[in-house]
Every structure is written in C-alpha cells, then in structure tokens.
Ligand binder design. Structure first.
Ligand SMILES: Cc1cc2nc3c(=O)[nH]c(=O)nc-3n(C[C@H](O)[C@H](O)[C@H](O)COP(=O)(O)OP(=O)(O)OC[C@H]3O[C@@H](n4cnc5c(N)ncnc54)[C@H](O)[C@@H]3O)c2cc1C
Length: 555
C-alpha cells in the first residue's frame, strides 16, 4: 500500500507545471526523497511567494468530493467515510456563522464556538480516513466518463464519481454604516441563534425587506423594548396600523436586528448546469434539490445545508448533510451493484486513486532506496522483510539485493507489476502482495524480521486496524522501521485563494500514532524516535526533516 504523504503529495498526480517546464527534471527521474522534496519546495514557493515560477499541480481521485466543510459538508463526509467511501472535503474556511463567537441551539454542543464544532467534525471525518483539504473549489465540470472534475485553487484537480455541494450562502446586509462590522455580534438576525442572549434588552429592528418583519413577533416576545424601523418602503403588503413615525434621530440599542438577503454560493456549480433559483420569500436565492435525496437537477450532483435552505440553523444543516451523505452512499452502492457483473474486480476508492497514479508505463521513481532505510538496516542480519507501501519497489529491491527475503506490499497492483518486472530484470526474488493495509489480516500470518514503512501511511480508522496489521507483522525479535516526513509544514495556514493543500495528513496514520502504540505495549522496545534532517542526497532548496521510529519486538 502506498498511501503515503510523500507519494500522495509529491509525484505523479498528473504532474503539470505552470509557468513552463522545470529544469530540474521530471518526477520519473526522481526517487521518493526527491519527489517529496520537490513537493515541499512547491508548497514553500507558493506560500511564501518566492518561487521560481514552477508550480506543480496534482490530480487526485476519490469517490465523493464534498465542496464545503462546515456543518452540512462534514456531516455528509462522515456518513460517506463510514461507508468506506473515499471522500475528500474541500473547505475554504468561510462558514456563514464565522463572525459569531458562540453557536446556540445545537443540542449537545450548546454554546460552543462555530470553529470548535468544525474542528470536532473534521476530526470525526478524518478518524475514518476521510480527507478535509483546506483550499477552494473554483469550478466543476462533467467528464466524458460521467465523473466530475473539480478545479481547485493552485491549479490542482479532483476527480470524483459524485459531488456534494455544501457551500452555504452569503448574507447581504442593507447598506447602513457600521452594520457589517458588527454582524454576528452587536448586529444579529436570528432569534433562535441569539435571541436568548439579548432578551429584555433594547432591541432595534431594521427592516429592509418584507421578510425582515416576519421574526418581529418572536423578538417582541423576547423583549418588550423592541423598536422596529422600516428602512425602506416595503410596499402595500405591510400593515401600517401600528406604525408610528419615528421622532428621535438617534435610537439607543443594546442590539440591532436585521434580516439579510442571502445569496447561494453556487457559482462553482455553474459549469455543471446547476443554477440557483429565486427563493419563494423574495429574500434571495438557493439551489433546489430533490427533497428526499438532495440531488440537484444534474444527476450525480447533490447539495446540502444552507445552500438548499438558507433558513436552516447549524443542527438541521448538519442533519441535512447527514441525510444527503447517506443518499449518495445509496446511489454509489446501487451503481456498484449494477456494474458488478461487468467489472469482475471492484476496487475501493482508495485503491482506484493509487492504480491511476501507477497506471502509466513510465517509472515514477528512480531505483534509489531511501537513505534512512539504508542507514538503519545496515546493522541488521538479513531475514524476512516486508516493505509496506512499496510503490515501485526501490526499497524492496534494495533489501532483496542485501539478502533479505523480501515481500513488497502495496494497495496498487499496477505498482507491484513495476516491482515484479524490475525484480525479473535484476534477477532478484521479490514476492509481491497486493493488500490494503487497513483491511484486517492484510499482511497474512507469517511474521517478518523487518517491517519497513518508508514515507508510507494509510488512512486512519477508529479501530486502528492498519496499525495493528503493521505491528502484528513483526516477528518476536524483529524490527519495525518507520520513516515519515515531519508534517509540521503541512499544517501551516494556507492562502486558499492561491493554494489548496492536496493532502490531509490528519486523515492518515502518522508516525506519532504508531509510536504511541509501541510505547504503550510492553512487548516493544523503542530504539530510535527522533526528528532528524533528511539524509544527504535529496535535492532540496530548503530544510526538510524526517521522523524516524525504530522499534524492536521483544515478545
Ligand atoms: C452571524 C450568524 C450567526 C449564526 N449563529 C447561529 C447559531 O448560533 N446557531 C445556529 O444554529 N445557527 C447559526 N447561524 C446559522 C448558521 O450559520 C448556518 O445554519 C450554518 O452555517 C449552515 O451550515 P452549512 O454547512 O450549510 O453552511 P456554512 O456553515 O456556511 O458552510 C459552508 C462552507 O462551504 C465552504 N465553501 C464555500 N464555497 C467554497 C468553495 N468554493 N470551495 C471550498 N469551500 C467553500 C465555506 O468555507 C464554508 O465552510 C448563524 C448565521 C449567521 C450569519
């Protein structure tokens, strides 16, 4: 299995360069280290704006792409990740309620901050291997095979079988000085979100559209110090019997109430043929969906949350996302069943992603083994070795050359075909095992004297099946060697208008999780656990560190 941060991030994601071809060669001439270095260079260049004009773009494949990772999008993502669907949520971190410090009316999380709910939701999606990418979707279109291609900031693309749009709405306020600055704090719109907090206070309601009056009775119930100000002529439909001309020029208020006009954030769906329609209230627009499934008029494109109903608070928006996620799961499963007879081997979304990357004839990596592997294995007596996430097998082939009886395992059969061909060419004996590391019993029953995971990782699962597989593959007295990138740079903030992070390290099993598992287990002794500079030989214009874990199984 080769779901690793390095390989995920670095290389053959339909590599293209903006601003001309890099003079430093193509990915096929680089080994893992080079590729990873190059990735980080790219990220570094982009974020800090001092690159050389060469920006690598990536294409990823998943089963469901979710646009928008707030309440509705994350709820949909959670359902789908739990259905073992490869799901990628892209979020540009601009949820509707961002200006508010607290979120009210959400059963179970009453009073939490909006950011806290999103953080919890992200973690829940990731705990099942769903990825949440910080970035922006710029547009989407249907491909000839019926799948969808999303264009992301930074020039990257995401190909998916289904799209769920949960992009919410934008609130437009009447043009009154100071209103926007106080939005979500001194200026509020929803009696259910903020009414209790301003009860009995001096409330001034500014009505700028007919719908603006509809909450007046509820506000009046919450405070008898309510003044309603008609900002614009609302036309003949408004009863004027109880309206008195305002005599004061200045009204003192503890809170200002104003109803916004809402605009569906649907422009990213325009090329797919999904257009917003006017809301019956006259207060804005929204995306119409099938009330049962959440599917838009365009098959395969779903929408959830405020985008489809701007009146939904966070809890019902999440509930809607959850429902739509389930409906997408039904749709995919039905399609899979229909096509099962045609496709004799049905592959998981994750595997499909990797098979795509290794589909080409060209070699992606050079034959160089990872320098840290070479260093760490030097003192060990060759026995049985398992190279997890072998990719095209540079490490596995090197181990075989050193006398290890080596098994190369990867989620991608295409990758292993490259390994097998190269082993034949070099006259080496390498066993190839196609396996998904997160499936129970992935590596069989025979333990190994060395289990090596080089820049490899696999998606998380709450029951930590992948970690147990990894540790369980090591024979008593054997060694586990994990080399991973120091991912701290990957967690730095990104300018979403310029760049989308194409890899979510928190959706993968990290070296930290593996280290905790061995430290907590008396049957293991940790020999090395440190962050150190990448061994010489890697091409890098800036400093990159590795995290190295070497542990020995005692019993
Ligand atoms: C000031 C204010 C305070 C509120 N307070 C409360 C409250 O206390 N309690 C309550 O229940 N409700 C509250 N609400 C309502 C609440 O904001 C909505 O119910 C909720 O945000 C709807 O969730 P959603 O997921 O549908 O949309 P949103 O939360 O708006 O999320 C949409 C997501 O899509 C992302 N996105 C949009 N376009 C793109 C793109 N092109 N690419 C990538 N990502 C994209 C955004 O970053 C965002 O994270 C409040 C609303 C406002 C305006």
């Amino acid at each position: 299995m080769s779901c690793d941060s390095c390989k995920s991030l670095c290389w053959n994601w339909s590599v293209a360069y903006r601003g001309g071809m890099s003079g430093s060669g193509t990915p096929s001439t680089h080994d893992h280290q080079h590729a990873h270095e190059r990735h980080h260079e790219h990220e570094h260049e982009h974020e800090h704006g001092h690159g050389h004009g060469h920006r690598r773009t990536m294409q990823r494949h998943c089963e469901v792409a979710v646009i928008g990772g707030s309440a509705a999008g994350l709820a949909a993502g959670l359902q789908l990740a739990r259905q073992r669907r490869s799901v990628v949520v892209v979020d540009d971190v601009t949820p509707r309620n961002a200006p508010a410090e607290h979120m009210h009316g959400y059963l179970g999380r009453e009073g939490a901050s909006p950011a806290e709910l999103v953080a919890i939701g992200r973690e829940e999606v990731r705990s099942y291997g769903g990825e949440v990418l910080t970035g922006r979707v710029l547009g989407a279109r249907r491909l000839e095979d019926g799948s969808f291609r999303l264009d992301l900031s930074g020039g990257h693309t995401l190909v998916a079988r289904r799209v769920v749009a949960a992009t919410g709405v934008t609130d437009e306020l009447p043009e009154i000085e100071g209103l926007a600055e106080q939005w979500g704090r001194g200026v509020v719109h929803c009696p259910f979100c903020h009414g209790y907090e301003v009860r009995d206070q001096r409330l001034v309601m500014i009505v700028a559209q007919p719908l603006g009056l509809h909450a007046a009775p509820v506000w009046r119930h919450l405070s008898d110090r309510l003044t309603v100000v008609l900002h614009t002529d609302l036309g003949p439909d408004v009863e004027r019997d109880s309206i008195a001309p305002l005599e004061a020029e200045v009204l003192a208020a503890d809170a200002v109430l104003v109803g916004s006009r809402f605009r569906a954030r649907a422009h990213v769906l325009a090329d797919l043929g999904v257009e917003p329609t006017d809301h019956p209230s006259g207060a804005g627009d929204f995306v119409q969906v099938d009330p049962m499934t959440g599917e838009t008029a365009v098959p395969g494109v779903y929408a959830a949350g405020n985008l489809t109903d701007p009146s939904l608070q966070v809890l019902p928006a999440a509930a809607h996302g959850s429902r739509v996620g389930a409906m997408v799961a039904f749709s995919l499963a039905s399609e899979d069943l229909r096509t099962a007879a045609r496709d004799s081997v049905r592959t998981s979304g994750q595997r499909h992603d990797w098979e795509q990357r290794y589909a080409g004839e060209d070699r992606m990596w050079s034959a160089n083994p990872n320098g840290t592997l070479v260093q760490e294995v030097a003192g060990l007596t060759p026995g049985r070795a398992l190279d997890v996430g072998a990719g095209e097998g540079a490490d596995a082939l090197w181990l075989a050359e050193q006398g290890w009886r080596t098994t190369a395992t990867d989620i991608s059969q295409n990758a292993l075909d490259h390994v097998a061909a190269e082993a034949v060419r070099r006259g080496l004996d390498v066993t190839c095992l196609q396996a998904d590391a997160v499936v129970a019993g992935a590596f069989g029953d025979e333990p190994y004297d060395l289990v090596s995971l080089q820049y490899g990782s696999f998606h998380r699962s709450p029951d930590r099946t992948g970690v147990r597989n990894l540790l369980g593959a090591v024979a008593p007295g054997g060694t586990l060697l994990v080399v991973a990138h120091d991912l701290a740079p990957m967690r730095e903030p990104v300018d979403v208008a310029e760049q989308t992070r194409m890899f979510d390290p928190d959706a993968y099993v990290g070296v930290e999780e593996i280290a905790v598992a061995v430290k907590d287990d008396d049957a293991w002794e940790v020999e090395v656990l440190e962050t150190r500079p990448r061994p010489p030989g890697a091409a890098s214009s800036h400093h990159v560190d590795d995290v190295v874990l070497r542990a020995r199984r005692l019993a």
